[in-house]
Write a protein that binds this ligand. Structure first.
Ligand SMILES: *Cc1c(COP(=O)(O)O)cnc(C)c1O
Length: 364
């Protein structure tokens, strides 16, 4: 089975399909890490279950296995394990924990297609994994998601349910096609800030498909019954063919960034045995707000996500998604001191040099 077989409107719809096939629903809890995006709790809530947010480890952007062990209760049905920015989570510690309690592990592979841990592909550890092909992800088709299924019984159920998922309406398809074309033409690291601002303005007025829906209001949003649009599916199949060369390029860029940044940058350590293919390269910085303003002025692509533990939700909206303020202090701190450098196809070696010069100057 390829990850282009069962394709959904978004990554979160793929996660929903997996949870649904596992029989997760009202009265169940699903563990997921803080320092994630709203897509994950949205999918959990759409099943009727409750998200249980767990903190990330110190000096990592991935979940703390000790915190996971503490959070498991009799109602825990699944653990969503996120490989943040493509860095493998601590599967050595997490898999036995889940196995001992008979809890399903679902890998959130939205930041990684080809990363490995101890020689084993990310996405192959749990019963299933899900992927997103939205803007900013390693492979972009605009809006879309898919799944990988490692358990034959689960695969059977997900395949059966897939018949009930419909194609997006022609209006949705047209919007997606227009914005995918626009993005392809205008996008370049120098244009990161203006494109991002325009995208946000347009999605606010509903002219493009933004990445954040209002949380489902008791009823799952219509999107949770949709497949990927046909054009996006064609793009996915075409782009999967260059995944190997893209990964090679990302490996090269990560090494170049490290080299060019030298000791001026605070990077995150990878677990032992990790072969990390970065979605973006995360850095810890001291004055995130000021640095982002300077990057914008200098035309340097520097992303600020995640800005809240359940990005981009704040206050009451975060609480409604199941996040208790103050419950995940590491995640909350990292929202204030992490930025990330781009790794996509338009990033040149010259950009790497320029970004490194900028960061060395800004942090000197
Ligand atoms: C992008 C993303 C998702 C899913 O996003 P969709 O918009 O539903 O495709 C899920 N988890 C993480 C960590 C992501 O970055």
């Amino acid at each position: 089975m390829s990850i282009a077989d069962l394709t959904y409107y978004r990554g979160r719809v793929g996660l929903f399909a997996i949870l649904d096939a596992l029989g997760v629903g009202a009265g169940d809890e699903v563990i997921t890490q803080a320092y994630t995006c709203v897509a994950v709790p949205e999918a959990i809530l759409a099943t009727g279950a409750t998200p249980r947010f767990v903190d990330i480890a110190v000096d990592s952007l991935n979940v703390d296995p000790v915190a996971v062990a503490d959070a498991i209760t009799d109602t825990t049905r699944a653990i969503v394990v996120q490989h943040t920015f493509g860095v493998p989570a601590d599967m050595d510690a997490l898999m036995p924990l889940a196995a001992e309690r008979g809890i399903a592990v679902i890998e959130d592979c939205c930041h990684t297609l080809t990363g490995r841990l101890q020689g084993r592909a990310l996405g192959s550890f749990g019963v299933a994994a899900f992927y997103s092909f939205e803007w900013g992800k390693p492979l972009v088709v605009g809006v879309g998601g898919s799944v990988r299924l490692n358990d034959p019984n689960l695969a059977h159920r997900v395949h059966q349910a897939y018949g009930g998922y419909r194609r997006p309406s022609l209006l949705r398809q047209a919007k997606l096609a227009a914005q995918t074309a626009g993005f392809g033409v205008v996008y370049h690291p120098r244009l990161y800030w203006p494109v991002r601002d325009a995208f946000r303005r347009l999605s606010r007025v509903g002219a493009v498909e933004g990445n954040y829906n209002a949380l489902a209001n008791g009823q799952p949003d219509e999107e949770f019954s949709l497949r990927m649009a046909p054009m996006q599916r064609l793009m996915l199949r075409a782009r999967l063919r260059s995944v190997r060369s893209d990964s090679k390029r990302r490996r090269h860029l990560a090494a170049h960034y490290r080299d060019a940044l030298g000791s001026s940058a605070q990077l995150f350590a990878e677990p032992s045995g990790a072969d990390t293919i970065y979605a973006r390269l995360p850095l810890r910085v001291t004055d995130k707000g000021r640095l982002l303003d300077a990057a914008r002025a200098a035309g340097i692509e520097l992303a600020q996500w995640y800005t809240t533990p359940v990005h981009p939700l704040e206050g009451e909206a975060a609480r409604l998604a199941g996040y208790r303020a103050g419950s995940c202090p590491h995640a909350e701190s990292r929202c204030g001191d992490v930025v990330s450098l781009p790794m996509h196809g338009r990033v040149s070696d010259r950009f790497v040099e320029r970004a490194a010069r900028f960061l060395r100057g800004a942090t000197a």
